[in-house]
Design a protein around this ligand. Sequence first.
Ligand SMILES: O=P(O)(O)OC[C@H]1O[C@](O)(COP(=O)(O)O)[C@@H](O)[C@@H]1O
Length: 335
Amino acid sequence: MRRTLSRYLIEEQREKGKINADLRLLIEVVARACKSIAVAIGKGAIGGEGGVLGEAGSDNVQGEAQKKLDVISNEIFLEANEWGGHLAGMASEEMELPHAIPNRYPQGEYLLLFDPLDGSSNIDINVSVGTIFSVLRCPEGADPTADTAFLQPGTKQVAAGYAVYGPTTLLVLTVGDGVACFTLDREQGSFVLTQEHLRIPEDTKEFAINMSNLRHWEPPVRRYVEELLAGKEGPRGKDFNMRWVASMVADVHRIMTRGGIFMYPLDAKIKDKGGKLRLMYEANPMSFIVEQAGGAASTGRQRILEVQPNGLHMRVPVILGSKNEVELVTSYHGT
Ligand SMILES: O=P(O)(O)OC[C@H]1O[C@](O)(COP(=O)(O)O)[C@@H](O)[C@@H]1O
C-alpha cells in the first residue's frame, strides 16, 4: 500500500521529530487547497464565457493583468487556510498586504506565503502551471498583519513546496529533511508518495532561460550561455540542450527530475526592479527545495536563501539547479 501524504507527515513528526502537529496539519490543508485548484483548472473553458480561462479584468500588486484563475486560486488558498488555527498570517503574490486571520478563528504560530498560480501566461494554452508556497514562523510579538513579520531570510523557512498541474498533479515538498514527491491519485482523492529523497545531479547538459532577453543580459550570463551554445567545439567540450516552459514550477520540476540549470537573471529591462521573480514566494521556496535535493541556488552574486528581504514583493535574479553549473555561472560574476 503506497504511503499517503498524511502518513508521510505523521512519520516525519512522530519518528523524526522534524515537524510538529500544527505544521503537519497546515501542510495537509495546503495540499487540500492545491487539490481544489487542480479541479478548478480542469474545468478550463467549460461553463460559458470562456469558463475559468481568460482575463479577470483586474491587475495585481505587481501591475500585472490577473487571469481569472489567479483570482480563483488565491481565494481557494485564503479560504482553505484561514480557519484551521495553524496560521498567524498569510501573504500572496496577488495581494499587496498580508492577509490577516479573522478574529473569529484561532491564531497559529506560522506564516504562509504563496504564489497561488505560477506560470499564468500558460493557463489559456493548456501548458503546466502550478502553485508555490513557503512556511515561516511568526516571530515572537510580531504583528502578522504587517509585512515586517514576513521579512525573514529563506534560511528561516520550516517548509516549502510546489504543486504542478500537468498531465498528473504533483506535490513536491520539503520540511528540511530532503525532498519528497507525491502524485494525486484522482480516484482516492489523496496525494500518494511516489518518490522520496529526490537528488539533483551535480552536472547536466540542459539549461533553461528565456533566450529572447539575450541582448539585455549582463556579461557574466551572456558569456556562460554563449559557452553552452558553443557546445563540444567550445570551451565546455560538450553539447547542451535548451528547454523553456515559462512556468517556473514546470522548469524547476524538470530539474528536480533529471538535473539542469534554470536562470532568470538580472537584465537591463528589469534592472530597476531587481529581477523578474519574487523572492518570498518563488525564489526562496524553490531554493530551499533545490538545496535540500543537493542543488544550488544563487542570485549570481549571493546564495538566495541568505538574501535579507526588504519588501514582501521583492524581486531577485534566480540561478538554480545542478550544483556545478550554478557555481560556474556564479564564478563568472567574480564573487
Ligand atoms: O514570460 P517569461 O519572461 O518567459 O517569464 C516566465 C517566468 O515568469 C513566471 O511566469 C512568473 O510567474 P507568475 O506567472 O506567477 O507571475 C514564471 O513562472 C516563469 O518562469
